[in-house]
Design a binder for this molecule. Structure first.
Ligand code: C2E
Ligand code: MG
Ligand code: MG
Length: 291
């Protein structure tokens, strides 16, 4: 009927409008990415990580930030997948790792109480034979202790290139660099990765944390997952911790590390370093008052 045809027509127009909008946005972001390094669009932020047994912030996860032409942030959730397609991710990854190493090399780590910094690796980076060599070279050049560096790998990356990834991971682990499985529970949660790859830590995806906090069955599943990971000899970090109630609950489940807005969001370098300094002062005062 005519009515049906009209509906179809409008549906088509509407769908293609969305298509055009998405394509324009992707083109704009690809354009930003192209000269992003030269245009200084990137900056590395640091989201504090709390170690439960130490009762303090012991480091951070490095998270990339990119600004558009108006100076507003574009979410990494949006531009990282695009940069994987354009290939820019390889330069981004190198930029992040170099920035972190430069920052760490510029300070006295003990004075700041920094024990570890997490850095995300993308799928495309993990597919590179030379990944481990590049990372080890940058680390050596900046004289950063390997034990500070913790590389995060997602399940997706593990699934893409098991052989190359495993070779890279072995070389990195042999040098004392730690490896974490990121966003655990968000994908297929293939247990095989936990059993076969040399991970030291598992980061529970924030959506899993939030669901388990609200839902009895999901809570049971998370509790036994954490137990299993601990029994396999790995530590557990919970992401997306936003309330004190969640802190206490996750402590009771046997997590080692917590990360989330309850402690702090990702901070510019200087703010993060100031936070670490303040934290050291707080601990010193606490110790003095106990003596
Ligand atoms: P991710 O590695 O799982 O990083 C954690 C994300 O969760 C960050 O988002 C962080 O800001 C956010 N987050 C942390 N705590 C909370 C919380 O309590 N509540 C809420 N609502 N969010 C929280 P961000 O910075 O937007 O990064 C998103 C994703 O982009 C990252 O997820 C990671 O997969 C990717 N990414 C970020 N930086 C890099 C990078 O340098 N290299 C690569 N390859 N990927 C990166
Ligand atoms: Mg991560
Ligand atoms: Mg994560």
């Amino acid at each position: 009927s005519i009515v049906n045809k009209d509906v179809m027509f409008y549906k088509k127009v509407f769908a293609s409008d969305i298509d055009v909008t998405i394509k324009k946005r992707v083109a704009y972001i690809s354009h930003l990415l192209k000269n992003a390094l030269a245009e200084r669009r990137f900056e590395v932020y640091y989201q504090p990580i709390y170690e439960i047994s130490e009762e303090r912030i012991i480091g951070a996860e490095a998270l990339i930030r990119m600004r558009d032409d108006e100076g507003n942030f574009v979410s990494p959730e949006e531009f990282i997948p695009i940069s994987e397609k354009t290939g820019d991710i390889l330069r981004i990854g190198q930029f992040v790792f170099e920035s972190v190493c430069k920052t760490l090399a510029s300070i006295n780590l003990n004075e700041y109480g920094i024990k570890k910094i997490d850095i995300n690796l993308s799928v495309a980076q993990c597919m590179q034979d030379i990944l481990s060599k590049q990372i080890l070279e940058i680390r050596a050049k900046n004289q950063i202790p390997a034990s500070i560096i913790n590389l995060e790998i997602t399940e997706t990356a593990a699934a893409h290139t098991p052989d190359i990834l495993l070779a890279n991971m072995k070389k990195l682990a042999d040098e004392g660099i730690e490896l974490s499985l990121d966003d655990y529970g968000s994908g297929y949660s293939n247990m095989n990765y936990l059993l076969t790859l040399p991970f030291k830590m598992v980061k529970i995806d924030k959506n899993i944390v939030w669901t388990a906090f609200e839902n009895v069955k999901a809570n049971i599943a998370l509790a036994s997952t954490i137990k299993m990971i601990n029994n396999l000899g790995m530590t557990v970090l919970a992401e997306g911790v936003e309330t004190e109630e969640q802190v206490n609950w996750l402590k009771s489940l046997g997590c080692h590390y917590l990360q989330g807005f309850y402690f702090a969001e990702a901070l510019p370098k200087d703010e993060f370093l100031k936070k670490m300094k303040d934290e050291q002062l707080r601990i010193k005062k606490l110790r003095e008052s106990k003596n």
